[in-house]
Write a protein that binds this ligand. Structure first.
Ligand code: DMJ
Length: 475
């Protein structure tokens, strides 16, 4: 081949494709058998190659789990990967796994799988069932996913399902304070459990606000905002909230304040709702809250930078427990622009993960002892790596993401799909695969390695279940 011909070939479409394949094969061989390459000579190129390969590997593992669901749990809520069975949340399935997985398929451009999930959802999902559902879970997984599916796919039937679901959930807000009950019956609207918490009261704004914007009906946003406002008004003199509040009396029943389960995504939604809707009332709530959290909860401990637990009224320390759920906070800090605290906290989250090469549910950071040793395929630590890498482009986060991913495959994969771990110490697997594994965990892994422009943070915001929702420009 003449030089001129070669040049022509190399820049032709086919040539580029073949060359790309060749480079990928060489890189794969290098990754498998090790290469004595000098990273400093071409760090950017190597990073780009690693990323492309890793994104493909994540996709392949996502497909492995989806195939397991299809084979053994099709039409049900969740796969049981060890017994090769399924589990439904209620007496009738709400298709939690395909519903939650759909936006990940769209982002990964898995068109065939997205079509399979879509057909199943549109053919069999119905909310006309006499059963009590938990407002928080159904909101973040079902409503969030349906709205996101509508925006990603454009099929009006997704929106119809979302509107039907929201109208059935609306009675949940009929308390004296406007804060919702935890459970509502989809057929009768009957509510139960007035003892609620900030996460379940405050994690509604993104979905209900989106629904108001799309339908032009303000009722959804009004209800969700009134609930958050009522909760914010119950904050202590130190601007902190507690763990449990009665939505009928407005009285706190548990005054422990932290960023963990039952409070966590309340803070996430204050920030994200401000960014999504440009509502200044919400911005004030976020500004006030984050200031208080950083003042009273942030802890420069011997083992690193953490967020402790305190009493909301006295700010006395109640415990130094920190867990897998708390690991969402570096992502929120990064999104808010506080990259310094985000990076410091992520360093601690990495330490927590690496104690046993996979993340325990809870540790005591004053002793670095594990206090709850299970791992249920949670995404938060991975989500935070994604946000930090997105905003800093520091390759150490790429390395972190890669290490987490290798650990996940090593310990949680089986021949059917992925499984929870009973204990991160023994690595014994457990017969469950949460739907958020496909909605969040695999999506965030993929996004760490996929090209940055796969998600435009000026256009979309992820709800707390990682379903992308469109940002509505401030008028
Ligand atoms: C998910 O359902 C959501 O991320 C929620 O905000 C917290 N818990 C799980 C994942 O751990």
């Amino acid at each position: 081949m003449l030089i001129g011909d070669f040049e022509h070939w190399i820049f032709s479409f086919k040539g580029v494709l073949i060359l790309k394949k060749l480079i990928l094969i060489i890189a794969l061989v290098c990754m498998t058998f090790g290469c004595s390459d000098d990273e400093s000579k071409a760090p950017v190129k190597k990073e780009a190659l690693d990323k492309e390969l890793l994104a493909e590997r994540v996709k392949a593992e996502f497909l492995h789990a989806w195939e397991g669901y299809k084979k053994y749990a099709w039409g049900h809520d969740e796969l049981k990967p060890l017994s090769k069975g399924y589990r439904d949340w209620h007496k009738k399935p709400l298709l939690m796994t395909p519903v939650d997985a759909f936006s990940t398929m769209k982002i990964m451009r898995l068109d065939r799988e997205a079509e399979e999930a879509k057909n199943l959802i549109l053919e069999s999902l119905s909310f006309d069932i006499d059963m009590d559902v938990q407002l928080f879970e159904i909101n973040i997984r079902s409503l969030g996913s349906l709205l996101s599916a509508y925006q990603l796919d454009g099929d009006e039937r997704f929106l119809k399902l979302a509107v039907d679901l929201a109208s059935r959930l609306l009675p949940a807000f009929d308390s004296r304070t406007g804060m919702p009950y935890r459970y509502v019956n989809l057929a009768s609207g009957k509510t139960k459990d007035p003892l609620n918490n900030p996460a379940e009261i405050g994690t509604l704004l993104l979905e209900w606000g989106t629904l108001s914007k799309i339908t032009g009906n303000p009722i959804y946003y009004q209800k969700a905002k009134r609930a958050v406002q009522a909760l914010f008004n119950k904050r202590s003199n130190n601007d902190l909230v507690g763990t449990a509040i009665n939505v009928e009396t407005g009285k706190w029943q548990d005054t422990e304040s932290h960023i963990s389960a039952r409070i966590d995504s309340y803070y996430e939604y204050l920030l994200k709702s401000w960014l999504m809707f440009g509502d200044r009332d919400i911005k004030k709530m976020w500004d006030t809250s984050i200031k208080a959290v950083n003042k009273h909860l942030a802890d420069e401990a011997e083992s690193g930078f953490w967020y402790r637990r305190v009493d909301m009224n006295t700010t006395e320390t109640t415990s130094t427990y920190f867990g897998a759920l708390d690991a969402f906070f570096p992502a929120v800090l990064a999104l808010s622009g506080d990259l310094e605290r985000a990076a410091k906290l992520q360093k601690s989250c990495y330490k927590m993960w690496m104690l046993y090469e996979i993340e325990p549910e809870m540790i005591d950071y004053s002793t670095m002892e594990v206090v709850a040793d299970y791992y249920i395929l949670r995404p938060e630590n991975i989500e935070s790596v994604y946000y930090l890498y997105h905003f800093t482009e520091d390759s150490k986060y790429l390395g972190m993401g890669k290490e987490y991913f290798e650990n996940l495959v090593k310990y949680c994969r089986n021949d059917v799909a992925y499984a929870h771990l009973k204990s991160v110490k023994t690595k014994e697997q457990q017969d469950a695969m949460e739907s958020f594994f496909l909605a969040e965990t695999m999506k965030y892994f993929y996004l760490i390695f996929a090209p940055k422009e796969t998600v435009d943070f000026d256009e979309v915001i992820f709800n707390t279940e990682a379903h992308p929702l469109k940002i509505w420009r401030v008028q």
